[in-house]
Design a protein around this ligand. Structure first.
Ligand SMILES: [Zn+2]
Length: 88
C-alpha cells in the first residue's frame, strides 16, 4: 500500500513539474509574440512659430542666420520671418 502511495506521489510531483514547465514556456512565447517590430525612431523638432513638435522628416527646414529651424507649414515659416523682420 505504501509503495502505491509513493508512485502516486511521484506521479503528482511529475505532473506539477510538467504544468510549471508548460506555463513557463507559454509565458516565454507570449512575451515573444507581444514584441512588436519597432518602427523607425523619428526625431521630434519644434516649430518656433506655433510651438508644435513634429517629426523632422515632416518638417520644413529653413536656415536663418546660420541656425536651422523647422516648421510644420509654409505659413508658419512665413510667420517666423515676419516676426524676425518686425524685431529687426
Ligand atoms: Zn506651425
Amino acid at each position: 500500500m505504501s509503495g502505491l502511495f509513493r508512485i502516486i506521489l511521484y506521479a503528482l510531483v511529475a505532473y506539477f513539474i510538467y504544468i510549471i514547465v508548460k506555463s513557463y514556456q507559454s509565458l516565454k512565447q507570449s512575451k515573444k509574440g507581444r514584441r512588436r517590430p519597432s518602427s523607425k525612431p523619428s526625431i521630434m523638432v519644434k516649430d518656433p512659430a506655433c510651438n508644435t513638435y513634429l517629426p523632422k522628416e515632416d518638417a520644413l527646414k529653413e536656415t536663418y542666420k546660420g541656425k536651422d529651424y523647422f516648421f510644420c507649414s509654409a505659413e508658419c515659416r512665413d510667420r517666423f520671418y515676419e516676426t524676425k523682420k518686425k524685431k529687426g
